[in-house]
Design a protein around this ligand. Structure first.
Ligand SMILES: [Zn+2]
Length: 244
């Protein structure tokens, strides 16, 4: 899964800059390192980061942002939303149900708590409805001539549910890793983004060092600075007493 490029990261990045990143990725923050985690991060909760996936067009934009569909397919899918709104609304409902399940599941995994079988049910339902195979596909970023190859799930038949198959499968793979799967929640309590920790030390704390990590560092620096200033204020009366 592609992630936010270093080029776009800024040393003094804060929340607005994450929103800017989100805009550049069709409103979605893609930094979870796993497809299903990026999907779980498309929450509709307004106080959370992670973009917004509410409508059929949003869902198609997410599929395009994560290279699950190419531009032509995303255009035809959006047209399908105009032509068959009943069908596409139903898939959006299924997608939201899947996302709720993924959020509950990943939160439990991050907290090393038990996964409720009812959360896994929507994942299994999509796996049951879908059938296909893995295939190597070249991912070519828009700004580069050569891309990299990735193993992608390809549906045998083009039922709409297959659009969610790769997400459900990604989640199933993570859950199958068991309690040691490095699913984490960003240590910034105002953030709440999930990520899959692929760091060498497996001790990554932040969704993004450039955003939440840096903000924490700045806050820590401000706290230490305030504490040092406070210490000096306390020292001065003592010094004066010492002199008299
Ligand atoms: Zn964060």
């Amino acid at each position: 899964m592609h992630s936010v490029s270093d080029k776009r990261r800024s040393a003094n990045a804060t929340r607005p800059s994450l929103n800017a990143l989100a805009d550049s990725e069709n409103q979605f923050v893609i930094l979870g390192n796993r497809l299903s985690i990026d999907f779980a991060n498309t929450t509709t909760a307004s106080d959370r980061l992670g973009g917004n996936l509410q409508t059929w067009d949003d869902l198609v934009d997410f599929l395009f942002a994560t290279r699950l569909v190419d531009r032509n397919r995303s255009v035809s899918l959006k047209q399908l939303g105009r032509d068959s709104p009943g069908e596409t609304h139903e898939l959006v409902r299924v997608a939201h149900q899947l996302r709720d399940s993924l959020r509950s599941t990943f939160e439990a995994m991050a907290l090393r708590a038990r996964i409720n079988p009812s959360w896994v049910h929507p994942i299994n339902q999509i796996l049951q409805l879908t059938d296909g195979h893995d295939e190597l596909q070249e991912l070519i970023p828009a700004d580069r001539a050569a891309g990299r190859w990735a193993l992608q799930f390809v549906a045998r038949e083009q039922r709409l549910e297959w659009l969610l198959a790769a997400i459900a499968r990604s989640a199933a793979e993570i859950i199958s890793e068991g309690p040691d799967a490095p699913v984490r929640i960003c240590a910034n309590p105002q953030c709440g983004l999930f990520f899959y920790d692929t760091s060498r030390t497996a001790k990554r704390r932040w969704c993004s060092m450039a955003v939440c990590g840096n903000r924490h560092k700045v806050a820590g620096h401000a706290r230490r600075f305030a504490a040092a200033a406070d210490g000096k204020r306390r020292e001065r009366p003592a010094n004066r007493r010492g002199k008299t």
